[in-house]
Design a protein around this ligand. Structure first.
Ligand SMILES: O=C(O)CCC(=O)C(=O)O
Ligand SMILES: [Fe+2]
Length: 772
């Protein structure tokens, strides 16, 4: 039974090490170690819990209930009341009693000895409930039970209407909008609900505490107070309604509440908080009931005298600690510097949303300092600040693991499915892209050491070696492969503007051939598939190492970038199913991406993704008084393809900026926001790498503009480029994701053309600008 297994893994949570990205640590970087110790539990598992099993119940309740009644004296007839009965079957704790199922000894042939009253507020579910019980003597009532004092829909009044002298008393139900199915049914045998009926089950997701309180409760609540309705000529009456004393009670509590919390939700029908287990235990004890077991959501109580006589041996310790363990709890703790940390269940149980630590902070990253630290803390106080900022940036990045990793350890308490995690991921990603046009992503499954090596290799090639090394692999075709020297490209043209050439050196690699054998060889000559141009080993002795590092980074990042693209796509489709046709080209290109996340060779073989290494250094635009002072190093532009996934180092001479104004493209007063990544130190510390992701023109067009391709640029930073800053030059690695060149794009405007044609048209427009 999968439910029992599910139940077992909640009650016996595996010793989860929370594989947070912060886990890998070295002595270089002050990263915390965060793991989960399996605490010593006082929870007793030898009692009724041994009998937990589910036929229709959610977490083993069926078996526990059966065991309790096995221990109590045998009776030929038993009665139960189920408040919040739903359709009578789904997650029901009374179905197995009433229909005699799940009873191994019973072979299903014998009739159940149980009769019941089933109450359900939802009219549609009630219909199903009624149909289920049509040929039984069970009584179904459609009513939203109320905890308002004097309400005609109080549980006590509803139950008192069952089996009055003339069967169900229609009179007692007057003035309330509810229906009892047995009223006019001649086929049903009328029966009376005794005060000490056998089993009460309450599950109404809110006022459960008050329903129990009022049913067992003080006499006052039993006084019938009909409103004095003059038009009806009805006199207020004082009729004492009996209180009830069921032998056994099963009632739902809020499983996120700590064991030492007594939380009683307000006495109000429309409020849905739930109450804590401790509150229910206090209430039950006050009416001489004893807690005998709990499951994830439900508590079981038995009359004290029955407990003493029949259950004490099986359940010797009735303390909450012995009978419960909070498995859905969420805790906060504080670090000395004022960081608020989250622990335990990191998801909103009833909304399915992740709990976001970054939204729970009281202090900004800069404000987080220990207030009592000695003034001279041994030097550079800014080091701490920087790393705090790095963590802040990293934590704001969207965790792509549901798309990029295959492991299951991030399934919090195993309640969340992979699909739910993916949904959380794409929702957050697309929200961020909507808001900022850019997003930071982590959890890509790419190691920090690969990122480091790739950045270092790129920096060496673009900045340290002699220009002759770079020139030996000069690009031959429109800057698609190999080296493209400084001031040879013009990104302003990409948005149809005339401007000076960009001051950046580039080196590009991409896919070399199309999958599919010899007949496709022709295609290899297309602009998107051609041989890469690597520096000659005779010219540069580190050439082979450079090549293997960059190739490895390319292979792994291309797959990760496909995962990001897939997530964006899933997010768009979740909201706009009608874009499925337009986005088919992307879903097909990224198909299998999560199944084979680490298999670089095995999917998307016909992709056209290009990796560009970019090198920036101080030059004329950094010099005050020079003509081009403060002109962008890369002019404002939008990226052309599907998406871009970018990584860059600490180099201080240049800064990436995204357009941050909501004003339409082309308007004069554009405001710019810096796009920041955690520092290189953070990456060198072995932490999970963070990348920048943004949407390109083609993807934007395919989504009918749902996601925009945001304007961005790289500007010079003159002040940071002077003095003895050791990291002045800046290196970045841009992965420009493209799909199969032959893939047919079905644009939302109805036009159909291949990806290659689309690109050619896009670039031709830009070239026109340059020619003019
Ligand atoms: O180097 C960077 O940070 C961004 C470069 C860029 O936007 C591009 O090459 O498209
Ligand atoms: Fe760009």
């Amino acid at each position: 039974d999968t439910r029992v297994q599910f139940y077992a893994c909640i009650l016996y949570p595996p010793s989860i090490t929370h594989h947070s990205p912060l886990r890998r640590h070295t002595t270089m970087q002050p990263t915390p170690t965060i793991r989960r110790r399996t605490p010593q539990s006082k929870r007793v598992r030898s009692g009724l819990l041994c009998h937990a099993s589910s036929n229709t119940s959610q977490n083993g309740e069926d078996g526990i209930i059966r065991r309790i009644f096995e221990l109590l004296p045998h009776l030929a007839d038993r009665t139960c009341v189920d408040v919040g009965a739903w359709d009578g079957r789904h997650l029901s704790n009374t179905f197995s009693l009433l229909f005699g199922q799940g009873d191994d000894d019973d072979e299903g042939g014998e009739r159940s000895c149980w009769k019941g009253v089933l109450i359900e507020a939802d009219p549609l579910k009630f219909q199903q409930l009624q149909a289920l019980h049509a040929v039984t003597d069970n009584i179904c009532i459609c009513a939203a039970v109320s905890c308002q004092v004097g309400s005609p829909r109080s549980l006590r009044r509803l139950l008192s209407s069952v089996g009055g002298e003339n069967g169900s008393s229609a009179e007692a139900l007057e003035g309330s909008s509810l229906s009892v199915d047995s009223c006019n049914s001649s086929r049903k045998k009328h029966w009376r609900l005794e005060q000490d009926f056998d089993f009460l089950c309450i599950d109404v997701d809110g006022i459960d505490y008050w329903l129990l309180h009022d049913l067992l409760g003080a006499d006052d609540d039993g006084i019938e107070e009909y409103p004095n309705d003059a038009s009806n000529n009805k006199q207020p009456r004082n009729t004492r309604l009996c209180s009830y004393r069921p032998l056994v009670i099963c009632i739902e509590f809020n499983p996120t509440m700590p064991m030492d919390l007594i939380y009683i939700q307000p006495r109000c029908d429309s409020i849905r908080h739930g109450s804590s287990l401790s509150a229910l235990v206090e209430l039950a004890n006050s009416f001489d009931y004893v807690l005998v077991e709990t499951t994830v959501f439900n508590a079981f109580f038995v009359q004290r005298n029955l407990y003493e006589e029949y259950l004490k041996e099986e359940v010797p310790d009735t303390s909450i600690e012995a009978l419960h363990e909070v498995t859905m709890g969420t805790q906060l703790y504080q670090l000395y510097d004022g960081t608020i940390k989250l622990w335990g269940c990191k998801k909103m149980l009833w909304h399915g949303l992740p709990l976001d630590e970054t939204k729970m902070q009281m202090l900004t990253a800069e404000e987080r300092q220990f207030p009592f630290a000695p003034d001279d803390s041994g030097g550079d106080g800014s080091i701490k600040n920087n790393s705090a900022q790095d963590f802040e940036i990293a934590e704001s990045a969207i965790d792509m693991s549901p798309y990029c990793k295959q492991t299951a350890y991030y399934l919090d308490y195993r309640i969340t499915t992979q699909q739910q995690l993916k949904a959380e991921c794409f929702t957050k990603l697309n929200e961020t892209l909507h808001r900022d046009g850019f997003a930071l992503v982590r959890g890509t499954n790419i190691s920090s050491s690969l990122c480091n090596s790739a950045l270092k290799a790129a920096k060496t090639f673009l900045h340290d070696v002699d220009e002759s090394v770079r020139r030996c692999c000069l690009t031959t075709d429109r800057a698609r492969r190999g080296y493209s020297p400084i001031s040879t490209e013009n990104f302003a043209s990409l948005i149809g503007e005339k401007g000076p050439n960009d001051l950046v050196k580039k080196f590009r690699i991409g896919p070399e051939q199309v999958d599919g054998g010899e007949e496709n060889e022709q295609k290899c000559l297309s602009s998107l598939h051609q041989p890469n141009a690597w520096p000659n080993e005779e010219v540069w002795d580190q050439s082979a190492e450079f090549r293997s590092t960059i190739e490895q980074y390319y292979n792994e990042l291309r797959v990760a970038a496909d995962c990001v693209l897939r997530a964006i796509c899933d997010g768009i489709l979740a909201e706009n199913a009608d874009l499925a046709n337009s986005l088919k080209v992307v879903t097909e290109s990224t198909c299998g991406v999560s199944e084979k996340a680490v298999d670089a060779n095995n999917h998307g073989a016909n992709h056209t993704s290009i990796l560009t290494l970019l090198g920036y250094q101080p030059g004329s635009r950094h010099k005050k008084g020079s003509k081009g002072f403060m002109n962008p190093l890369v002019a404002a532009h939008t990226d052309v393809g599907m998406i871009t996934v970018l990584l860059f180092d600490d180099g201080k001479c240049a800064s990436l900026q995204r357009c941050a104004s909501s004003t339409a493209e082309g308007e004069v007063d554009v405001t710019w926001a810096d796009v920041k990544l955690p520092s290189s130190k953070y990456l060198e510390g072995g932490n999970d790498p963070v990348f920048v992701a943004n949407v390109g023109d083609c993807m934007s067009e395919l989504t009918g503009g749902h996601l925009r391709s945001t304007l961005h640029r790289v500007i010079p930073c003159p002040s940071a480029s002077k003095g003895n800053v050791d990291n002045i030059v800046r290196t970045s690695l841009g992965m420009f994701v493209g799909v199969d060149q032959a893939a047919q794009l079905a644009l939302p405007n109805g036009e159909v053309l291949s990806y290659e044609e689309w690109r050619r048209r896009r670039i031709a427009r830009a070239l026109d600008v340059i020619k003019k």
